[in-house]
Write a protein that binds this ligand. Structure first.
Ligand code: CUA
Length: 317
């Protein structure tokens, strides 16, 4: 049914970023058109008959009609054929979606309140940013650190629950360059709606250059390494760095070297304070922010990484 195509119609649907996306849209287009035609036939027929067989005089009698086997067979059999066709059509697309390709580029995805972390085979890690080469099968192996999330790329028409304690997977083959939204599609707490990421589809050469650049983060100056790490761990989902606005957590802008009023008293924000706040976030919490919201990063950062983060926070002025 290529006569109804959302891409050509430039309609309300998001850009089709994969072949499967246009297949899904064609099926939806057919369903929409079939529903519209049925609606016109049923409602239109009803209105026409109401008018045609309206009562004309006081002595009008209703004709004695029992049933019409042929008509009843037709209006059952035709929809049955259409429904079976729609089932086969949908099953076919779903089967393609759920059959993982061989030799795909595999990326580990971790959902956490409230960010997406991506890890490549080479060890490169990013936060809320998935960079992939165009026209290449990509397989995502996904899990969650805390609660149920759902990884959703509307432009690719794929969505999958991300579950703590197990892996689920998704695959796609992006055939358009550009940036596409990733949403969390499972309510997972206060910042659920802010749990966003970007899929960036680039050429193979750009992808390889990006991977090399990212893997050389260790050679950058400490503060810049801290900035990269800050992005990779998606700290910015909860802490603003460019102004004093509070998000889920307090802003880190112009904080280093000042004093912080916490639930436990007033403390100077120095290296030790930042270190403790990262490793044991509940030891001291800023007044007005609840305990138990920030996860601990104990065991997830080595000493150099901690220093890099502290150096980065020092530069936020
Ligand atoms: Cu994660 Cu909603």
């Amino acid at each position: 049914m290529m006569w109804f195509n959302y891409a050509q119609a430039q309609s309300f649907m998001p850009t089709e970023g994969t072949k499967i996306a246009s297949q899904v849209d064609n099926l939806y287009g057919f369903l929409l058109a079939a529903s519209f035609i049925s609606c016109v036939i049923v409602i239109g027929g009803m209105i026409f008959f109401v008018w045609k067989y309206r009562r004309r005089t006081e002595t009008d009698k209703t004709a004695y009609i029992t049933h019409n086997t042929f008509l009843e067979f037709l209006w059952s059999f035709i929809p049955l054929v259409i429904f079976l066709a729609v089932f086969a059509w949908g099953w076919n697309i779903y089967h393609d979606m759920r059959t993982m390709p061989k030799d795909a580029l595999e990326v580990q995805v971790t959902g956490k309140q409230w960010a997406w972390e991506f890890e490549y085979k080479s060890g490169v890690k990013t936060g809320n940013l998935l960079v992939v080469p165009v026209n290449k099968d990509v397989k995502l192996i996904m899990t969650s650190k805390d609660v149920l999330h759902s990884f959703y790329i509307p432009s690719f028409r794929i969505k999958q629950d991300v579950i703590p304690g197990m892996y689920t997977s998704l695959w796609f083959n992006a055939d358009k360059l550009g940036e596409f939204h990733v949403f969390c599609a499972e309510f997972c707490g206060t910042q659920h709606s802010g749990m966003l990421a970007t899929v960036k589809v680039v050429t193979q050469a750009e992808y390889e250059a990006w991977l090399i650049e990212e893997s050389q983060v260790g050679m950058l100056p400490l503060a810049q390494r801290g900035q990269k790490l800050f992005q990779a761990k998606a700290c910015a989902s909860c802490h603003s760095v460019a102004d004093a606005s509070a998000k889920v957590g307090p802003s880190l802008w112009q904080k280093f070297g000042t004093k912080e009023l916490t639930e436990e008293g007033e403390f100077a924000i120095d290296e030790n304070f930042v270190r403790e706040s990262i490793l044991s976030p509940n030891a001291k919490t800023t007044k007005g922010f609840p305990k138990g919201v920030m996860p601990t990063f104990q065991g997830q950062l080595n000493e150099t990484e901690l220093s890099a983060l502290i150096e980065y926070i020092k530069t936020l002025k």
